[in-house]
Design a protein around this ligand. Structure first.
Ligand SMILES: Cc1cc2nc3c(=O)[nH]c(=O)nc-3n(C[C@H](O)[C@H](O)[C@H](O)COP(=O)(O)OP(=O)(O)OC[C@H]3O[C@@H](n4cnc5c(N)ncnc54)[C@H](O)[C@@H]3O)c2cc1C
Length: 425
């Protein structure tokens, strides 16, 4: 398959100036990493009148933020009861409630800063891939109701109408949610922060972090940024920064395949309401369309690894199975991204030194959590303290068997994609 890379790079619209760090600087807050977390933190800091510097190793949204599906979902991937069972009643309820507001926060930022990112707030559909999947959705529906989520359980006929595919057994609609062009959303956050006075340096990989007196000294491009507060927002794309905490997570790969734009007639049949979708299968997959009518099929797996062809063939078969009427519509883009998964699927905020947080581990749901927790981390560091965060801060976090678990996920995805023709298995 010969296709161009990340679709979102081609439809990104306006980026931000390509300034690299080329002299020493001082600020109230230094942020390492320019994804949703780092850019939201910078925006919040700049809004509050603080001076903030973002250092990004590559370009804004180089990591998960520029590669994801674009589902702006409320809450976590984990069902609410599991969140409470893991975190306890008070902490779990707070996180669920604050992340329940996540889509409203994201879409209001999009509006406030006029971010051109193909934002569509038409809800998302969690699709039952099998009868057992529908029972899972019934559970999620009941649990969500208890937390006031305005979810709707859709029967098979309604799901066929909305997806244009007969492959699903029902769906859970979350009308709070929607989709964005994720790279454009992230660049929009960065532009908004710049507009309010933040300094953002790209191609400025941080190589060393050290504490000197009451300040952090952060080294990049042979220069030093000095600040009393530090946010490490490098997540699954962390590259070595000597002296800083290294986020601990298991890497799970997720790949996507985008077709050529569909014709008007095809678009009227395939996801005509433009809901973004993902399914209940253990080896999860997703479908959505973009503004130009491309259909984007996603699934777990590493298309840069040895099973690349298996995942590519799976995507083709899956497209045919879901939408046989589309015939041989070609894939024009394919790419993959790394998800930072924690063992309990709950994000982590680690205070690894005085006024220094590392935020990571959104476990596949980071648009809203990255925006909400990034914003809250800036508030916490700039004076409000850890209560500003929607989840407790921990002093350390270690993940066991990282390589083994990563290999296990990739093996599972490869085996499933090699042996099963599509969503229904
Ligand atoms: C394929 C895929 C699909 C996904 N789909 C969805 C979805 O539909 N909905 C959803 O909510 N979430 C989704 N996610 C999860 C979401 O994309 C991530 O959780 C989110 O992007 C994390 O944002 P972040 O800012 O914390 O990290 P990132 O966006 O990964 O940003 C980290 C940044 O840090 C930089 N960096 C690393 N090391 C250094 C250093 N030493 N110095 C300077 N900079 C450094 C990197 O270059 C990178 O730009 C998906 C993730 C993937 C990979």
């Amino acid at each position: 398959m010969s296709t161009a890379g990340i679709l979102w790079e081609h439809t990104n619209g306006e980026g931000i100036p390509e300034t690299r760090l080329s002299s020493g600087k001082e600020a109230d807050l230094v942020v390492i990493g320019g994804g949703f977390t780092g850019c939201s933190a910078a925006l919040q800091a700049a809004r509050s009148g603080a001076s903030v510097i973002v250092l990004e190793a590559e370009t804004i949204a180089h990591g998960g933020s520029g590669r994801n599906v674009g589902l702006v979902n409320a809450g976590l991937w984990l069902p609410p009861d599991d969140v409470v069972a893991t975190m306890g009643e008070a902490a779990g309820t707070r996180l669920i409630e604050e992340l329940g507001q996540g889509p409203a926060t994201v879409f209001s930022l999009v509006q406030e800063f006029a971010i051109a990112c193909e934002a569509v707030q038409n809800g998302t559909l969690h699709l039952a891939h099998a009868p057992g999947g529908f029972r899972d959705l019934e559970n999620r529906f009941r649990q969500g109701n208890r937390f006031g989520a305005p979810l709707q359980l859709l029967d098979r006929d309604e799901t066929i109408r909305r997806t244009g595919s007969t492959e699903f057994h029902g769906a859970l609609l979350d009308p709070r949610a929607g989709t964005v062009q994720p790279r454009a959303y992230c660049n929009g956050l960065a532009r908004a922060a710049l507009g309010l006075g933040a300094q953002i340096y790209q191609n400025s990989p941080v190589t060393r972090v050290e504490r000197a007196g009451k300040s952090w000294r952060v080294h990049a491009n042979g220069e030093v940024v000095t600040a009393p507060r530090l946010l490490l927002a490098t997540n699954a794309y962390h590259t070595l920064a000597e002296g800083a905490y290294a986020p601990e997570y298991v890497v799970v790969n997720y790949c996507q395949f985008a077709t050529a734009p569909l014709t008007e007639a095809q678009r009227a049949k395939v996801l005509p309401g433009r809901e973004g979708c993902w399914d209940t299968a253990l080896v999860m997959s997703s479908i959505r369309t973009d503004e130009s009518g491309r259909l984007i099929v996603g699934g777990m797996g590493n298309t840069d690894g040895p099973a690349a062809q298996i995942h590519a063939r799976w995507a083709r078969r899956k497209l045919q199975r879901l939408y046989p009427d589309l015939g041989d519509v070609p894939f024009e883009h394919h790419w993959r991204g790394k998800i930072a998964m924690t063992r309990d699927h709950i994000p982590k905020v680690v205070e690894f030194g005085p006024d220094a947080y590392a935020v990571f581990g959104y476990s596949g749901r980071g648009i809203c959590p990255g925006t909400v927790i990034g914003t809250a981390a800036a508030k916490a560091l700039l004076g409000e303290g850890p209560d500003a965060l929607p989840l407790p801060v921990v002093r350390k976090y270690a993940e066991r068997f990282k390589k083994l678990m990563g290999a296990y996920y990739e093996f599972g995805a490869s085996l499933t994609h090699a042996t099963r023709p599509g969503l229904m298995g």
